[in-house]
Design a protein around this ligand. Structure first.
Ligand SMILES: Nc1ncnc2c1ncn2[C@@H]1O[C@H](COP(=O)(O)OP(=O)(O)OP(=O)(O)O)[C@@H](O)[C@H]1O
Length: 616
């Protein structure tokens, strides 16, 4: 049976207006100097010596071009003068030598500038890439759920990819400008009419190149949403972690077909732009060609009518060729630079957007140990949701206490833990740690005191040791790492791995090993134990564990409870026996609270869920 047709995906996550809708040709040209300045600033920060070398080379390229043309005129005059050929050549020899030296200088300068570019570009890309990763990692967690955030990030990624062209485009553009200015200077001296004619020949190509870049960017913009979804789909479909689920649920054909269909939709957008591009290129070439013919005709007429001498006309031919080549390059690289600038603007825009959404909280350091975490009438709404996930919750948890949070799916348990850990800030109400509002506390110092095993934890493709210690300063010796592993019953498993603590936990990477689901979960618990955190939040920490593993962890939680605040979210109601207090959540509110015995003997949701869990 052929795979079913792909779902029509209506992706409404457009983040803003296409910035090109209002951009005029003049506005784009005006933008170039600022892009050049931005490139120079970024490069200057990275490698001043290389920037100076680059600037020196550009100057050398310009000087060599000017010298080349001026001495070509002299050599021509000598060669075309009256007298015996050997004498004329002899007379032209000094100028020829200067020409050879100037072109040698030009070539060396070009080679050195590409060396300087090679020194700057990789680091520039690394800077851009690292800045993007840091910006995303530092955003407020809640902002990542905003509409369009992922789209903007995808557009910004393109800026990083393009950043490797920045210096190259800028160098080529400035080299072309320098060559153009020198060559056109020489040409204007030869005859003032030549330059405006040449400009007319090249300007249509310039307009064409910029329009071309606009269309390419528009296509890119139209595809941002689709590409975002396709990229996610690709990651999920090709990850070894989901192979079983994909195969055993006969999703393969569907996913492969869907992936292809999405790619074809992206291609269709791109192909739809091709005729427009062709029209632009043909029109601009035709207009430019007409003016070029007029330029050559004008030169022929000036020479034939004796307005310029033959020797000068020879130089003019070289100067026209040089200016024309330089002008074309200015146009091509100007358009390329403009094109790159559009993606860089997306990247800059996203960095600004992310910076605006970086935590803007106070700088107070929380007092240690964490004695008390309180919620005062806290409300939290996810963007785009009608009803709040947490709807006016007040709660106090103290050191030495184990609090269990139970409730049906979607009742707001995980959101409550995010608010307690100050991962999200309340829309209304206050969350305090030791009496200080979390909005006044420095988030990094605050999270140094917390440890979390989330429902969906990462399986870091790192060594076992790094999986346990990630987020903590590296210590001498592995004693505490082994203690944490022992506490979750993983010692033997890890000892049996080929390289013990050094074993890479990523089967898909060469030499890596893989753990089972429950073993991964034990490892996530070991990480929290290793942290010795003051606020420990365990969101369904034993959902994948066998009875022994679960028992181990619960015993460990009890043993450590005296020194910290422990919050356990669980659907295994029997596990709430270890808690001093249980709260039941329903539609974002606490509907019941008490000890296990009080709630089990009551007539509320807890007793009902407990009865259901044993009714088989
Ligand atoms: N990132 C998110 N963006 C938008 N809505 C969300 C997000 N996370 C959760 N929600 C919504 O908030 C509500 C509470 O979700 P929460 O994850 O807190 O529930 P829960 O009690 O932990 O559920 P479960 O038992 O299934 O883990 C749900 O209606 C859910 O759809």
């Amino acid at each position: 049976m052929p795979p079913p047709p792909p779902a029509e995906l209506r992706y409404g996550g457009r983040y803003s207006k296409n910035p090109l809708e209002d951009a005029t040709f003049a506005a784009m040209c005006r933008r170039l100097p600022s892009v050049l300045a931005q490139t120079a600033r970024m490069a200057w920060r990275i490698d001043r010596a290389a920037v100076l070398l680059l600037a020196g080379c550009q100057l050398a390229v310009g000087v060599s071009a000017a010298v080349l043309l001026t001495f070509t005129a002299r050599a021509m005059r000598s060669v075309l003068a009256a007298g015996p050929v050997d004498e004329r050549i002899h007379q032209a020899l000094p100028a020829v030598l200067v020409i050879a030296a100037a072109s040698g200088l030009g070539r060396v300068a070009t080679a050195l500038s590409s060396y300087a570019d090679g020194r700057i570009t990789p680091r520039l890309t690394t800077e851009a890439d690292s800045a993007l990763v840091a910006a995303v990692c530092r955003m407020e967690a809640a902002a990542r759920a905003e509409d369009g955030c992922a789209d903007r990030q995808e557009a910004a990624e393109m800026g990083v990819v393009r950043s490797h062209l920045m210096v190259q485009d800028a160098t080529r553009l400035t080299a072309a400008v320098v060559r153009m200015v020198t060559a056109s200077g020489v040409l204007s001296v030869l005859h003032p009419l030549m330059l405006p004619l040449l400009l007319l020949a090249v300007v249509p190509a310039g307009v064409g190149a910029v329009l071309h870049a606009r269309v390419t960017y528009e296509t890119h913009y139209a595809n941002v949403g689709d590409r975002n979804v396709r990229q996610n789909l690709r990651g999920w479909a090709t990850s070894a972690k989901f192979t079983d689920e994909i195969r055993a649920n006969s999703m393969t054909g569907y996913l492969v077909f869907w992936y292809r269909a999405m790619s074809e939709r992206i291609d269709a957008h791109t192909l739809a732009a091709a005729p427009r591009m062709l029209r632009i290129v043909l029109t601009s070439s035709a207009i430019g060609g007409v003016f070029l013919v007029i330029t050559w005709a004008a030169l022929a007429w000036l020479t034939a009518s004796g307005r310029i001498e033959l020797a000068i006309a020879g130089t003019a031919v070289v100067a026209v060729q040089t200016t024309l080549a330089a002008l074309s390059q200015v146009v091509i690289y100007g358009a390329a630079m403009f094109h790159t600038a559009l993606y860089l603007a997306d990247m800059d825009g996203f960095l600004e957007y992310a910076a605006e959404r970086a935590p803007k909280r106070g700088g107070l350091t929380p007092t240690r140990p964490v004695e008390e975490v309180c919620l005062h009438e806290v409300v939290y709404h996810y963007p785009g949701k009608d009803s709040p996930a947490v709807a006016g919750v007040s709660l106090t948890v103290r050191r030495g206490e184990i609090l269990a949070v139970v409730g049906e799916n979607g009742s707001g348990k995980s959101t409550l833990t995010r608010l307690l850990a100050a991962l999200f800030l309340a829309d209304k109400g206050r969350v305090t740690w030791n009496g200080h509002d979390v909005t006044d506390l420095d988030p990094d110092s605050l999270w140094e005191l917390s440890g979390l095993v989330p429902q969906h934890f990462a399986q870091w493709p790192l060594s076992v040791r790094d999986n346990v210690t990630l987020g903590q300063p590296r210590e001498e010796g592995d004693d505490r790492v082994w203690q944490a592993l022992e506490a979750v019953g993983l010692r033997e498993t890890i000892e049996d791995l080929p390289a013990g603590l050094d074993t890479l936990l990523a089967r898909e990477l060469w030499g890596g090993s893989e753990l089972s689901g429950g073993q991964w979960q034990r490892l996530a618990c070991a990480r929290v134990l290793y942290r010795g955190a003051g606020l420990v939040i365990l969101d369904e920490p034993t959902s994948q564990m066998d009875a022994r593993g679960e028992h181990n962890i619960l015993e460990r939680i009890k043993a450590l409870a005296a020194d910290c605040i422990t919050i356990v979210v669980t659907h295994q109601l029997v596990n709430t026996k270890i808690a001093d207090r249980i709260i039941v959540m329903d539609h974002g509110r606490i509907t019941e609270h008490g000890t296990y015995d009080e709630l089990a003997d009551g007539a509320g949701t807890f007793a009902e869920l407990l009865a259901l869990s044993t009714d088989r």
